[in-house]
Ligand binder design. Structure first.
Ligand code: NAD
Ligand code: UGA
Length: 454
């Protein structure tokens, strides 16, 4: 029987998929007073969670899960959710297929586990799915005679690294449903967190998620192209982005030029939207360019290094940062993986460092890439170092002796995170993305008016 918890207004809620989104969803719902049953098929993950360990790196998550452990149950069996929860959030992964389409096999596996005699419930989709998925799942449920299961789209907009903050202070809550009563039930769970609520039809909710990610990725590819032009014409993209971002119609966010976007979402979601459009007969030209610019952006670093070192064959290159962004251990589609492949293919010896990913980096990097724990060890004897991820730890490169330990103090700042003048003063030949090469030893003593602007 579906039950409400003893405390008025709290529910028994299911979360299926204990990854980045699932764990943050579970912890947040528990913190709002709900009893949460969180399921995963990964035995190792569930055992870790049962013993109080958190299998992903996310700021504040271990503390929140610990604080509300009495309201959290970890299970390997989705039946526990279908027996007891009134609302079940689906948070399984939906990776990209080689075709660019989203792989919905895990979502389908969850749907396949719903028993015929399940008590009335709402299935709330948080996983990112192609537009039309909700309608298809609803048809499937009807065909199976599961009329007591209703479906709601409740896309998630969190970013890794700031996931808890994003969920607790949402820019918006989107709930798509055929029946507004179902939308309302899901919306009420999130209401204590505030944020504008948009209830709409299923297809529009699904499209809001894909369009938002595609737009953010477009902003990044746009600023990266501006950066590339800046390099040709002598402008500084850091200054340009700041000046652009002051226009409230443009906004300052997501205008950081660099090695391009990575992660488990932008690459696959942009491809999925492009593919979705293609499958329905529309050629989404802009997204083709966004994807291509992003791919080339990672590779530009390889030519920049080759141009400066003469050849990459035999060169020792330190790759600093393996996660796709700081404050996470997630390496999915990290630019570091492409760079390591390309540099190794060109005959370079690659040494990788990441303050959080640590030894797990060796599993995702090409064979032959050494992974070291110590920053000084990573750069020691290197012909070049590349900052791939803007970990604050890389401010340590400016410490005395670091540049001198390199065979050649060539530092490519792939995230424009260091002050070029400070880098030059620390003895580096500093190369940014879309920034003029004014960080020479001579210039190091001149205070540039825009230094430290970002
Ligand atoms: P993840 O890979 O970290 O976690 C997914 C979890 O689901 C894994 O632990 C996996 O074992 C589990 N799983 C797979 N099949 C299952 C099944 N049949 N039953 C139970 N558990 C199962 O993925 P994630 O990063 O949390 O992303 C989940 C979804 O949310 C994706 O669709 C993603 O696009 C979307 N999303 C992710 C983010 C993000 O920043 N990571 C943000 C917004 C939306
Ligand atoms: C992104 C979105 O920001 C979230 O809103 C969304 O929920 C999520 O995808 C998702 O659907 O999974 P996330 O991938 O966790 O979140 O991280 P972001 O901060 O968006 O960064 C993505 C990539 O873009 C990173 O590689 C980052 O380095 C890069 N980036 C970001 C830039 O190159 N420049 C920028 O200005 C911002």
């Amino acid at each position: 029987m579906k039950i409400q918890s003893a405390q008025m207004g709290t529910e028994v809620v299911g979360v299926i998929g204990a990854g980045y989104v699932g764990l943050v969803t579970a912890a947040t719902l528990a913190s709002l007073g709900h009893e949460v049953i969180c399921v995963d098929v990964d035995r190792e993950k569930i055992e870790k969670l049962r013993s109080g360990d958190v299998p992903v790196v996310e700021l504040g998550l271990p503390e929140l899960l610990h604080q509300h452990r009495d309201r959290l149950t970890w299970s390997l069996d989705a039946a526990d959710v279908f027996e007891r929860a009134r609302i079940a959030f689906v948070t399984v992964d939906t990776p990209g297929l080689p075709s660019g389409d989203a792989d919905l096999s895990r979502v389908e596996a969850v749907i396949g586990r719903i028993p015929d005699d399940v008590p009335p419930m709402i299935l709330a989709m948080k996983s990112t799915v192609p537009v039309g998925t909700g309608a298809r799942i609803q048809r499937h449920l009807r065909r199976q005679g599961l009329d007591q299961v209703t479906y709601v789209s409740n896309p998630e907009f969190l970013r890794e690294g700031t996931a808890l903050r994003d969920v607790r202070h949402p820019d918006r809550v989107v709930v798509g449903a055929d029946d507004l009563r179902d939308a309302d039930e899901v919306a009420r769970l999130w209401a204590p967190l505030g944020g504008p609520l948009r209830c709409c039809d299923l297809a529009s909710a699904e499209m809001i998620k894909l369009a938002a990610n595609a737009f953010l990725a477009t902003k990044i590819s746009f600023v990266n192209e501006i950066a590339n032009v800046c390099e040709h014409v002598g402008a500084d993209v850091a200054v340009v982005a700041e000046g652009m971002g002051l226009d409230h119609r443009i906004g300052a966010d997501f205008l950081e030029a660099g090695l391009g976007y990575g992660g488990s979402c932008f690459p696959k979601d942009v491809a999925a939207l492009k593919q979705l459009a293609g499958n329905s007969g529309y050629h989404f030209q802009l997204l083709s360019a966004v994807i291509e610019v992003n791919e080339l952006q990672k590779r530009r670093v390889v030519s920049a290094l080759a141009a400066r070192l003469g050849t990459l064959a035999g060169a020792r290159v330190a790759l600093l940062g393996v996660s796709f962004k700081p404050w996470t251990d997630d390496t999915r589609e990290s630019p570091a993986l492409v760079l390591a492949e390309r540099l190794t293919a060109e005959g370079a010896t690659v040494v990788a460092h990441d303050p959080v990913v640590g030894a797990a980096a060796a599993k995702v990097l090409p064979a032959g890439v050494a992974v070291v724990r110590d920053l000084a060890e990573a750069v020691s004897g290197a012909d070049a170092a590349v900052i791939v991820t803007a970990w604050p730890e890389y401010g340590g490169l400016l410490e005395q002796g670091m540049s001198r330990a390199m065979a050649r103090p060539l530092l490519v700042d792939g995230r424009n995170m260091l002050d070029p003048y400070a880098a030059a003063r620390a003895g580096y030949e500093w190369v940014g993305i879309g920034r003029p090469e004014y960080a020479t030893a001579a210039a190091a003593h001149i205070a540039h008016p825009m230094a430290g602007a970002r």
